[in-house]
Design a protein around this ligand. Structure first.
Ligand SMILES: Nc1ncnc2c1ncn2[C@@H]1O[C@H](COP(=O)(O)OP(=O)(O)OP(=O)(O)O)[C@@H](O)[C@H]1O
Ligand SMILES: [Mg+2]
Length: 366
């Protein structure tokens, strides 16, 4: 097992005209479970194939445990990869399919049997071990593919590219928790590609968010939720996503339309520094917008346009000058008309990147 280090790795499929991956320097730490999360076409599969060796990057070097493996094909890397659709020997039994990666590496017979049975038990494949894989439904076949990826105890890493796409939703939950269990047991470095935030957040120790071929933020699920470093992370993670309002900073005060919403405080040192004047975007998650009886800073007053009753909570929609605002609230009566919204945790973004936090205006703090 080993760290996977990418040194200025980038890729272009068209001789440099466009980048599927912008050059990135990044380390995947040994033994961690990562989710690689991003929308379709952002470069997830490209990145995974570069790590496994299916693809040679057009720029940069790939290091595995300190060894430069950039030109080395997959067989020389000791990395297991599971794809979106089943890749199996259809005429072989499930047992033989699972045993194949071990026999290929000349594992002793008893160990092959023990590993195959352990993985089969964890993935619920015990009753079908004797069956030909061709005879299984596609969902089961994919679970066998997953098993093949997880069966070898000594791999440097396991890469999973949207492995649960063909599995029905109810079983997905079970398999995800099995995967976690297997990870706890084997401590492989695991990179799990998905465009589904729930999948990413429930599975990973660390979520790496990819957008347009670049990593925009990585962190524990709670960190991405509480402290988005990029507007995209605010939108892509969370349901509904973060509210974003057009605003402007004037002498340290953030204004939405003409109305002061709070004080602009720059991220980083020195503490309490204000941001330069100019346009800014104000981001606040619906979970951190409170409906309050009287104006309270930081926050805004806005026209309530509707309330969705979701059962466990309400979504209060409002129109402010800088855009629309959604508050996720306890179920309860919210009158239509003007509402006062207090922001418990709001951030400021410039060029989509977070630059600061919205604080209470002096004299209006609670
Ligand atoms: N073999 C290829 N030849 C040319 N362009 C490609 C090739 N594979 C991918 N691309 C392009 O590179 C970019 C990244 O693609 P990639 O398949 O890595 O994205 P992805 O994040 O895995 O998307 P998805 O979620 O749809 O699987 C896309 O713009 C895609 O069109
Ligand atoms: Mg893909």
């Amino acid at each position: 097992m080993a760290d996977i280090h990418l040194d200025e790795v980038g890729h272009s499929y068209d001789g440099g005209r466009t980048h599927a991956l912008a050059p990135m320097t990044w380390t995947w730490s040994d033994g961690r479970a990562y989710a690689l999360l991003g929308p379709s076409g952002c470069g997830k599969t490209t990145l995974l194939n570069i790590i496994s060796g299916l693809l040679t990057p057009s720029a940069g070097r790939v290091h595995l445990g300190g060894r430069d493996v950039t030109g080395i094909p997959p067989a020389g890397r000791n990395i297991a990869q599971v794809f979106q659709f089943p890749v199996l020997y259809e005429e072989m039994s499930v047992y033989d399919n699972l045993a194949f990666p071990l026999r290929n590496r000349r594992y002793p017979k008893a160990e092959v049997d023990q590993r195959v049975r352990t993985v089969a038990r964890l993935l619920g494949l015990e009753e079908v071990l004797g069956r030909r894989s061709r005879r299984l439904d596609p969902g089961r076949q994919q679970i066998v593919s997953l098993g093949r990826g997880l069966v070898r105890p000594e791999v440097a890493a396991v890469l999973l590219d949207e492995p649960l796409t063909v599995i029905d939703p109810a079983l997905k939950w079970t398999l995800r928790s099995k995967l976690k269990e297997i990870h706890r047991d084997t401590r492989h470095t695991l990179i799990y590609v998905t465009h589904d935030q729930t999948e990413a957040l429930t599975f990973a120790d660390e979520v790496v968010v990819l957008k347009d071929g670049a990593i925009v933020q990585s962190g524990e699920p709670a960190e991405l939720f509480l402290s988005p470093a990029h507007e995209f992370v605010g939108h892509f993670i969370g349901s509904p996503g973060m509210n974003v309002l057009d605003a402007a900073i004037e002498r340290g005060v953030v204004r939405v339309g003409g109305t002061p919403a709070g004080l602009a405080v720059a991220d980083g040192a020195p503490a309490g520094r204000t941001l330069s004047d100019g346009p800014v975007r104000l981001g606040v998650r619906p979970e951190f917008v409170r409906v309050v009886p009287v104006p309270r800073s930081p926050g805004l007053s806005a026209q309530v346009t509707g309330v969705d009753r979701m059962g466990s909570h309400h979504l209060v929609h409002a129109r402010a000058e800088g855009g629309t605002l959604v508050a996720k609230t306890e179920p309860g009566g919210v009158a239509e008309g003007t509402g006062h919204f207090h922001f418990e945790r709001a951030y400021l973004f410039r060029d989509e990147v977070r630059c600061g936090t919205l604080a209470a205006l002096e004299g209006t703090a609670p």
